[in-house]
Ligand binder design. Sequence first.
Ligand code: HDE
Length: 682
Amino acid sequence: MEPTVPSPKAKEEAETSPVKESLAPARGLQTGDYLTTAQGLRLPDTDHSLKAGPRGPSLLEDFHLREKITHFDHERIPERVVHARGSGAYGTFTAYGNAASVTKAGFLAEKGRETDVFVRFSTVLGSRGSADTVRDTRGFAVKFYTAEGNFDLVGNNMPVFFIQDAIKFPDVIHAAKWHPDREIPQAQTAHDTFWDFVSLHTEATHHVFWAMSDRAVPRSYRTMEGFGVHTFRLVNAEGGTALVKFHWKPVAGVHSLAWEEAQITAGVDPDFHRRDLADSIDAGLFYEFELGIQVMPDSDDETFHGIDLLDPTKIVPEELAPVQPVGKLVLNRNPDNFHAETEQIAFHLGHLVPGIEVTNDPLLQGRLFSYLDTQLSRLGGPNFAQLPINRSQAPVNDNHRDGLHQSVVHRGVAPYLPNSLSGPEGPVPAGPEKGGYVNVPRLVHGEKVRANPVSFADHYSQAALFYHSLSPIEQDHIVEAFTFELSKCYEQAIRVRMLSVLANVDAGLTAEVAAGLGLPAPEGTPPAQVTPSPALAQITDRAWPITGRVVGVIGTPDAGTAALQQTLKTQGAVVRVIAPVGGEGVERTFQTARSVEFDAVVVAMATDNPQVTVLLQEAYRHAKPIGVQGAGDRTLAAAGIDPKAPGILTDPDAESLATALGQHRVWDRVPLLKPAAASAGS
Ligand code: HDE
């Protein structure tokens, strides 16, 4: 019905929004009570086109039809050329204050200072709609809305990168993304062009080891480490400098999916990580990370214990430079609108604040160009900083003018400096005493060349360091991943060449992968001596908090597991009852549940339902704790699972289940599974 009287809200808005004020960005947008056109015209009907009679043709004069469809046709913006698939959340970063000795950046240096952040996690290779759990590096990009302007820490969940010079980025991405003729495979490295590239560009070897490790299949974004990768230069209030690497340490520990689990999940729940992030925040089970820094002296040669700090294929082992925690990040708010916030956020390495400078790492230098440039086509012009998600919380007065999608109505006639016309209104330059960003003077000299430092030629020592630092189970996973991925290549020559690369890292690993591929193991020259870095291993004896871990209880809601469920919940775990059919208190049925969504399973009823059998067998194979209560032992027997196997807990109390969950997997069970896996693979 056509409204005749404006609603109280509309009236209030009309009274308090003089035309001038309504020009301020976003003010009063999309708040009216009535459906309107984009011009504010109220609409009585949005379900029927204007036609010449009910059976007649649609009329060109239907401006509402044309506006609605035109806007819809242009809803999508180009996806990110890399890191297209991602999801994000808001949070708060609180500084511990101990970083003041190395940086004057207020958000790090001032004890207790709270800074708003937005974090976007992502995969690198897949398109926007691809699955979350594919084998890939994950992006870990953080925008700090600091009082001094935005600072972006655009990192990954692996501390090294495939290439040493930004000029090769298009090449590695062309090779790693789908084949251009058929546009397959989606979001995977298990194909010829990727292995062709990395076997020919051996600087990629270290990152390839990380990509074949469990780090490439995280359990959730909650259980990933983050790394700034490059070395940055921090500057303190006295002008003293230090070379620094940034780390995000997950409070929940670093945990991964089993490879088979990751593959099943890609089909069963392609939104697995995205869902976990959003659901956890909704449930108040916030993701938490500590920001840490490794601090190295700012020496002339920019090396530390012989490690070239400008080489992004190298880490500094934590045993040589401990990661010092400097603040804590809590992700505590979901975005309201995926497009406006997660899709339109624009990160850039050049978003810096006083106290943080870049180094000459040639990968970092190229990124300083790329992240600004890419927004011009993604976000349609140079005014993307005005989008709500990208706006600085510090006052902005930049003298930039006009351009596509300019939403500011600038005043004044003199957008240039110096000028004699702006009077007190115009911006004036700010020296360092006013918080202006001033680079620490550094001598730059050298011949103009296309060349790398000599130290960049060492492509293998740190791949070996990484491999030798891992637990035997993690090493096995790397062998299996290389074997899996290379088996998927069509070209034998690529497999053979990659084996010759692996031979320069470790002979044992090469022999195992070669055996899996049915090829002879080549000889290489692996590093003679490797000092492991235990901090790199993710499987240790340590038990971690179980916040956000999911326990499936097979039974009816009243199957006598109430006390167990309650205690697990108070420790932050999520409990889902899996019953034969739906009903009050039932979150999954036998038909809808799949093992991959649970970190542990408790079976509390007797059933020989085949879907429950598969669920238990998968949970067993993926080394998850399994609790058995009451008649559940019959279900276990129907699934052919030995009740005396490690990690099968009879009548578990919540504590023993929580302890097992805190270890992430029943690692003692893994060797039992190995012979079967080996014979299946041969
Ligand atoms: Fe990126 N990268 N990158 N990258 N990168 C982008 O920027 C690029 C690199 C990383 O959630 C793009 O806005 C070049 C390293 C993350 O929005 C683009 C090089 C690391 C994200 C771009 C690198 C990263 C991106 C695509 C080689 C880890 C997602 C869209 C010099 C330290 C950020 C965009 C988000 C995104 C270029 C290498 C991390 C094209 C040229 C090394 C987490 O600008």
